[in-house]
Design a protein around this ligand. Sequence first.
Ligand SMILES: [Fe+2]
Length: 275
Amino acid sequence: MAVMTSLITQNPIKITQITDTHLYGEPSGTLLKMNTNETLGHVLELVKANEDGIDLVLATGDITQDASEQSYVNFLKIVASLNSPFRWIPGNHDNAAVMQRIAEGTEANEKTAQLNNWLIILLDSSVLGQVHGKLTKTEIKFLTSVLRAAEKDDSIEHCLITMHHNPVPGNSAWMKDIGLENGEEFFEAIKISKKVRSLLYGHIHQELDFEHEGIRCMCTPSTCIQFKPNVTSFSLDRVNPGYRSLQLYSDGSIESVVRRVSGETFEADYNSPGY
Ligand SMILES: [Fe+2]
């Protein structure tokens, strides 16, 4: 089993999720005309204004847009300003091997974290060079072995699983082929555990909070461009970038809120037919 960080901390446990930062090696880089370095800066200011005593920061993929070493170095430097324990997982725009190398020897690459009676499990759903996601046989095996061990471990009562891709189909026709290819296999695999409470992801750049097969599923807005929900073809939404704050209680309940930057207008190519 992978190295596990175990921590006794406050109740509730405080988690901050930032996702789909899409940074570039050059801080002037833009995604559909939006400067992703600048919008991340605004989101982090919002985090600092609203969160204190963060137990864990989760960066759930599409850390960068160009997968350059420099973009990851930039990201790590920015996120370090939160002074909080931190984990990251790759998305479709990332290079998982580069992320592993850059954060080698740090906790950022660890795939589990136990906080009080909660176990956070981080999965790599990225397929290099592809937009869609898939959990490899190795990753499914890792997941089932961790869940099996957690079932027998009385110190763990609840699990939260996070990955980049949406394992539940997206709500727009154009998203049909970009989610987790083996979502059904994933939901089948987690049935071995009675402790899985929630699933957290990004990828489709919008706020969602719903239940699927008894699991609370939450999708979190990007720190840059936003995708309009419930549309046929790709469309940018004019809502501002944001992040998700989660409070995990010892009884298994979760309080969560998405906070978006306010009082700012960000330039973007709102008529773009794709990204
Ligand atoms: Fe993304």
